[in-house]
Each structure stands twice: as C-alpha cells, then as structure tokens.
Design a protein around this ligand. Structure first.
Ligand code: ADP
Ligand code: AMP
Length: 220
C-alpha cells in the first residue's frame, strides 16, 4: 500500500508516519528529512538547499523528485511507502505518478490532515526530536514518559529544527496555501482523498487513519 500524508507544516504528518512505520512496517519517505540530511552533509547542493529551507521556501521540484525516485527504487516490493511532505506542488504530484508507475506501484490513499492554521505555530514552535533516533516530541502535547529520556531509544540528546520559528512558519504556511493546497482537488477528483480532523488528539488521528487504510471508513 502506498499513501500520501498531506497537510500544512505541523499538521502531524511525521507523527502519524512514525506510528505507521511501527505498526504496519511501512517506510516513511519524508523529503524534509532527506533534504536535512543533504544539508548536513555540507555539500555544495546542501548549502543551496539550506538557504531555501531556512527561508521557509520550497526546494526545486527536480531536486526533491530525484530524492524520492532514488528512495522508492530501493524499497522492497512488499514494503508500502508513506509520502510525508511530498508532493508539495502539482508538478511533483505528476512526477510521483510517473515514479510510482515506473516502480510497478500505485497510490492507494491520500490522507489530508485538516487543521486550524492558527494553532499550528504552537505545534511547530514546541516541536523537538530525539537526536539519536529521530522520535518526535512536543513541549506541551507529547512529552517523553521520563523527562529528558527518549521513549524509543533511551537517548538523552534532543534537537530542534532551525526552521521551526514563528517567522519561517508563516512563510511555510503561505507556501502550503499557494503551492500545495492545489494538489488536494487533483486527488479528490480521483476519489482517493480522505480528509481527517488533524486537530484531534494524536491517538484519535491514528485511529481515523487506520480506519481509512483498513477500508472501514467512507471516503470524503
Ligand atoms: P508535520 O510532520 O506535519 O510537520 P509533526 O508530526 O512533526 O508535523 O507535528 C508537529 C508537532 O505537533 C510535533 O511536536 C508533534 O508532537 C505535535 N503533534 C502532532 N500531532 C498532534 C496532535 N494531533 N495533537 C497535538 N500535537 C500534535
Ligand atoms: P518538512 O520537513 O516537510 O517540514 O520540510 C522542511 C522544508 O524542506 C520545507 O520548508 C521546504 O523548504 C523543504 N521541502 C521538504 N519537502 C519538500 C518538497 N516536497 N518540495 C519542496 N521543498 C520541500
């Protein structure tokens, strides 16, 4: 099964992808994570990417689609893909169809996490991750069970993203509205889009996604 988790920054895509990886053995394909890895590698491409990401703007379609193409080709046929943060433009949506087709795959579900934009700044500014395993946390909404210790790997180092500040978040949301929201009707027209209330608590959102994947919920 191949699915897209769609929604603005802070909607909960990464949080839900992490759970699907654990519960269903699917593979998370986060272009944001791939780009951060490239940025941290300190290559010339990484430096160019850093400037764009730090400004909250979108990296070029060619760069991100090449990253997705490479990762998908490396998947085993039985592994399902969760696209998280991709596609972010109509052009990327078209390229994803081609890449999936070239790999003998198709898109089964697009899940839109519908959220109240005014609440997203709080979500993003409070976000942090385990520096060792990448597990996601939040200052208010998802704290580790033991303060200062990662629930997943027991690590004690945590980090915050350079672009998770209020100024950049506003630009990222504007980019979402202008360039990413227009992909929603494309998938709606294909009958594979389901809209879920992303403002519900994390467990409720997970249950709603499970109902879609298991075919026990009607589509939007
Ligand atoms: P995205 O990947 O869509 O940018 P994240 O999954 O990283 O968003 O979520 C952003 C922050 O909000 C994280 O710190 C996460 O722990 C928290 N979060 C995610 N889903 C919810 C939710 N349903 N309710 C409250 N907080 C949430
Ligand atoms: P994310 O981790 O999904 O919040 O993405 C962080 C940043 O990476 C975005 O603000 C963009 O600068 C860049 N990015 C991630 N995915 C894409 C994509 N599919 N297309 C263009 N830019 C992207």
């Amino acid at each position: 099964m191949n699915i897209i988790l769609l929604g603005p920054p802070g909607a909960g895509k990464g949080t839900q992808a992490e759970r699907l990886v654990a519960s269903r053995g699917m593979v998370q394909m986060s272009t944001g994570d791939m780009l951060r890895a490239e940025k941290n590698a300190g290559t010339e491409l990484g430096d160019r990417i850093k400037a764009v990401m730090d400004a909250g703007e979108l990296v070029s379609d060619e760069i991100v689609s090449a990253l997705i193409d490479n990762c998908l080709a490396a998947l085993k046929p039985e592994q399902g893909a969760i696209f998280d943060g991709y596609p972010r433009t109509a052009a990327q949506a078209g390229t994803l169809d081609e890449i999936l087709g070239n790999n003998g795959r198709r898109l089964d579900h697009v899940i839109e996490l519908h959220v109240d934009e005014d609440k997203l700044v709080t979500r993003i500014v409070g976000r942090y991750t385990c520096a060792t395993c990448g597990a996601g946390y939040h200052d208010m909404f998802k704290q580790p069970k033991v303060a200062g210790t990662c629930d997943v790997c027991g690590g004690h180092e945590f980090k915050r993203r350079a672009d998770d500040n209020e100024q950049t978040v506003r630009t990222r949301m504007a980019e979402y509205r202008a360039k990413t929201a227009p992909v929603i009707p494309i998938y709606e027209a294909r009958g594979i889009l389901t809209r879920i209330d992303g403002m519900a608590d994390i467990d409720t959102v997970s249950a709603a996604i499970a109902a879609v994947l298991d075919g026990t919920q009607t589509k939007a």
